[in-house]
Structures are given as C-alpha cells and as structure tokens.
Design a protein around this ligand. Structure first.
Ligand SMILES: Cc1ncc(COP(=O)(O)O)c(C=O)c1O
Length: 416
C-alpha cells in the first residue's frame, strides 16, 4: 500500500495533519494511539506454512506485511518511514541511524568504480570529505562546482559516467537555494540521478520530488526529530530505488534503534507546527538584523537582498529557521557578541526546539587559517543562528542587548 492510498482514505492535505497521521495505519497493537516500540531482535512464525508464505512473497515478490529479523525491518522503524514518505509525497522511505549513514550508504550502494559524481561546493563538509576520500579510494571521481553556477555544472557532467548530481537546498551557511527545474533538466540530459539534501527545508517548506528530483535525503537529527535529542537520517523516493537501499541496509547493518525511531516519529508530529513558527520568527529576525547598523550582511532567502530570493519564493512554502549574518567586527569580537547572548546555546546542529548559535570559523573550520577560510568564503565574523521555537520578540531583544555592546567598525579600525 502506498502512502498516497492512505492519503485518499483520510483526505489529509495539510502538512500538519500528515505529520500526525500520514503513512499507513498498520495495526499498532494494544489499541495504542502511539506506535509501540517493538524491542525485538527477531520475529517468530506460527508454523512452517506461515514461514513459507512469507518467503514466497520475499523471494518471488509480493507485499510483505510482517517482519522477519531486525536487521531487515522493525515495525517502529517502518511506521516512521511511512510517515516521512507520506510527507515527501514519495512511494517509500528508508531510515538510518544518522544523516551521514544515509548519504554514505546511498553512495556506496549506487556508485561503481569508474563512475562520477557532481556536487555543489557548499554541501555539508563531511559529505564532500566522504566523496573526496572514501569514494575516490573505490574509483569514484567527484567534481565540485559552485552552487548556482549552471554553466560549471554542465561542463562538469560526463556522459555515461556521471551517475549522481548531489546538492543541498538551502545550503549551509549561506542558505543558497537550488533551482530545481534547471537541475532536473541537466540531470535528464545526462541520464544522471538527482539527490537533494533538504535538511534545512523540511517537507513543510519544499517537496522536491514534485519537481522531478529522484531522491530526497535529510539529516533527521535536525527538524524532523526536532528536539536536539537524537541522531537519524532518511532517504525518500520511488519504491524501486528504496527497495535497493533497504536491501543494502540489511547487508551493511546500519539500522536505527526502535526507541530512536519512536522518538523520531514523536518529534515529527509537531514538525509543521514548529517549522511554520520557525519560518515566521526567522524572517522577523532576518529583517531586524538587516536594518541593524552593527550588522554587515544578512543571508536569508526570505530577504530581497538574497541572491536566490526569487527562486526560493517560487519553490518554497517558507524560508526556514536558519539565519546567517556577519557582525561588524573580527573573529574575537564576533565570539564576544555570541557569548553575551542569553537564549541560544553555542552548539553545532539546527532544527530543534532550542535555538543554537555557532561561528562557522570555529565550529566547522577551526583547522583552517583565517586566509584559508576566507578563500572558501567563510568569514571570521560570520554567525549562523538556528532558531528554536522561542518567540521572535525574545530572540530579537536578546540580539539587541548583545549588539549594543559591539564595537563599531570605525573604532575597531582606530584600535588596529
Ligand atoms: C545538511 C546536512 N546534511 C547532513 C548532515 C549529517 O547528518 P547527521 O549529523 O545526522 O549525521 C548534516 C549535519 O549537520 C547536515 O547539516
């Protein structure tokens, strides 16, 4: 049964209703409203006839309606996979114990020696690292092209060799937004698969499969789980592609724990409520910061000043909960600005109930010198603010009290 069939039964259109009820209502057992945590390593068969009936379906094709062994499936995991598939408008989804586990499994499953992948330059650093080191060891070449540069993208494509175009939208930390119809057109021309990491967008703000993207992935650690309390990853797409990935997961053994899957499903029930709040609050914060004399620049796709504002407006239902900005000042004074804030925690990650803040120069690029960071576009005074679900007025008041203490550029210049 596909998620869309269930949608017909329930006639749910809105993302919030789907976040609570989406997916197939397989008998939850014990008359439970919530999905029970099925803590079992293996599953029993009543007799040999039921075992044969199951194996017939498994080996010769047929819809499996029960589990066999926990590396191949678990009802608590299955429930959250159906929910995500429903939200993305996908046939199916496969959940992993982390976002990195999702992306590395996919690449190892799909790519063969001699193939080639094209990715954009502000993809998550660890994903890039994986392609440029591990995949290279296995004979897979990677080309990195600037985000938004479609000429560079097209020149990097190699006929019959490029298997995947991989990008994120919005990206970290500059919130660049991929033009999906153009991306899909190029991929089709070269018969490559499109893989889109939409961790920052969530299915509430963007449903990439509707644009013809082949596979969507998320670090579910972020908005989907939404409470800064677990790691998870997911890939959603067509049944044929997801079956292949589930088979590979059964071999790699990178399965998510059922309790973690339960927490993910529970977190997702409030996904749309949280994301809509975060969209609103982030836009207010971005507008406030853009007007502030002690802020050099704000990067937020909801602002007209953002290079991808028009694309984001056309594709996205909201602009997301992350705002990046450059404070008037240097590495140290920007750190001091962050230290004075009372609401956000200094921590990597995003998308949870608590606001988190980081200075990318420290958190993601501590091993590089200031010049090396600048060469890859990471300025010392850059701040990434990932809004939680606190009220916009409180966040703005907090920013205000800290910005008041920021030394203006002119006096910084006099000091040096
Ligand atoms: C956009 C994006 N993709 C993937 C990942 C990796 O996900 P995880 O930390 O769940 O392994 C992250 C983590 O920060 C991310 O921000």
């Amino acid at each position: 049964m596909k998620a869309s069939d269930n949608q017909k039964d329930r006639q749910l259109k809105g993302a919030s209703s789907r976040a609570v009820h989406g997916g197939v209502d397989r008998d939850k057992g014990f008359h439970s409203i919530t999905t029970p945590i099925v803590q079992s390593a293996t599953y029993s068969f009543k007799n040999t006839a039921t075992l044969i009936e199951f194996l017939d379906k498994k080996v010769y094709g047929g819809e499996l309606d029960r589990e066999e062994y926990a590396r191949y499936g678990n009802p608590s995991v299955w429930a959250v996979e159906r929910r995500i598939a429903d939200l993305e408008g996908a046939d199916d989804a496969v959940v992993y114990p982390s976002g990195m586990s999702a992306v590395t499994s996919l690449l190892l499953t799909v790519l063969r020696p001699g193939t080639h992948i094209v990715m954009t330059d502000d993809c998550y650093r660890r994903t890039r690292q994986f392609c440029e080191t591990t995949m290279k060891k296995f004979g897979v070449e990677t080309s990195i092209v600037p985000m938004g540069d479609f000429d560079a993208l097209e020149s990097a494509m190699i006929r019959r060799k490029t298997r995947i175009i991989f990008t994120e939208t919005p990206t970290n930390p500059y919130l660049r937004v991929a033009d999906l119809p153009r991306l899909v057109e190029i991929a089709k021309e070269y018969r490559a698969m499109t893989l889109l990491d939409t961790t920052f967008a969530t299915p509430v703000n963007l449903r990439p499969l509707e644009y013809g993207i082949d596979l969507v992935m998320h670090s579910a650690t972020k908005y989907l789980a939404g409470h800064n309390d677990l790691l998870a990853g997911v890939i959603a797409g067509s049944a044929a592609r997801i079956i292949g990935l589930k088979d590979a997961r059964g071999i790699f053994g990178n399965v998510i724990d059922p309790h973690q899957a339960y927490l993910l499903e529970r977190g997702m029930k409030t996904l749309a409520v949280r994301v809509r709040h975060q969209n609103d609050a982030a836009l207010q914060v971005a507008q406030y910061l853009e007007r502030h004399p002690k802020i050099e620049r704000v990067h937020y796709p909801g602002l007209e000043s953002h290079p991808d504002h028009d694309i984001a407006g056309a594709q996205m239902g909201g602009f997301g909960g992350v705002v990046s900005f450059e404070v008037v000042g240097d590495l140290e004074s920007t750190g001091a600005f962050i230290d004075r804030l009372r609401i956000p925690f200094i921590a990597p990650s995003l998308g949870g109930t608590e606001s988190l803040i980081e200075q990318p120069a420290y958190v993601s690029y501590y091993d590089l010198s200031s010049e090396e960071r600048r060469a890859i576009g990471i300025r010392d005074n850059l701040v990434r603010f990932a809004l939680g679900i606190e009220d916009a007025e409180d966040i703005i008041a907090d920013l205000e009290q800290s910005l008041r203490e920021v030394t203006p550029a002119s006096s910084l210049a006099r000091q040096t």
